[in-house]
Write a protein that binds this ligand. Sequence first.
Ligand SMILES: [Zn+2]
Length: 372
Amino acid sequence: MNKGLKIFLITFLIVILIAVISVTIIKILRNNNDEKIDSSYNETAVTKMQELNLYDEINNKEYSKTIEVLLEENKLNEKYLNEYYNITYSNINNFSTIINQLLDKSYNSEEINYIISNYINNYDIILNMDYFDILSFKNISNFDINQIERYLAYQNENEDLNINTVVTYVNIGLDLEGYSKYEEYTNEEAENDLTILVNKYHKLPDDYVPSDLVSLSYSSTYYLRKEAAEAFEKLTDAGILDNVIFYPFSPYRSYDLQSRLYNGYVARDGKEAADTYSARPGFSEHQLGLAVDVRSSNLPDNLTPEHYKWMLDNSYKYGFIIRYPKGKQHITQFIEEPWHLRYLGVELATKVHDSGLTYDEYYDIYLKKTSN
Ligand SMILES: [Zn+2]
């Protein structure tokens, strides 16, 4: 072998050797980093999962942003590892803390996803309470998370009611004694909204007098608000065409008149009885100038059954509803009053009529602005 070839071979072997050694050294040095390269998680999360000895377990599953954030914030609780995978990450303040607190309260991932996407401004209400079945309130449009404790208490006392009814009844106020807690409208609200709800939980200002009272053709001392008065004339005419003759006997009543009437009934029958058929002053629809009591021509203060039937079937076409129907006293808080009509306008009266609901219910479900 000539010298040149020898040197070449030796040099070649040395180069190969150096190359092999270098690759080995680089491999050893990069051993730890190999894991990072295989992981979809960021470096902080990887370091944390290695500390917790969860590297393999976590990386054998699909990437989860929720897991990554929990690791980064050092808030991953190993016992909830499986639930975390089903919790959708949401970019909100204290996400990790909130989901851990909810898990501590026994909420599952489905419930937590629901809470995070629907009640993130109110989750403190939920965190301050024991676990409850929040998904049973799903899709109830008039559900108000602020009333949750009242719903649960009322549900407890009325196990035969379905959850939608519980929500509506509590929203109306029926878990509380009538008049014990009420909202008071302003004069502007009373004047500007013909659909306003007045009941034992909604009061008018003592000094409220509608600005557009006009007298009815039946008597110059009987008043309703202009729109209601015009509608009432049409209703009366429609009755005449069907040979159903009725007259108004108590239309608009001032606060003072309502006061005298109510006190008279209390003196006669006692407060408890009077409260079932007469509103306290400030709580009467008659003060709105949008309610009128009617009587059949041969009766002093009521409709005959035939006339009542006609009224149930026809009054909504002219904008009036029977405000205190039969069998609804537990909702309206008043006995059946065939004679008491409330003006709402044709469109709304038709909807209320078709719904089969009392106005108290209809108002809560479809008209009230919710706070959620
Ligand atoms: Zn009345």
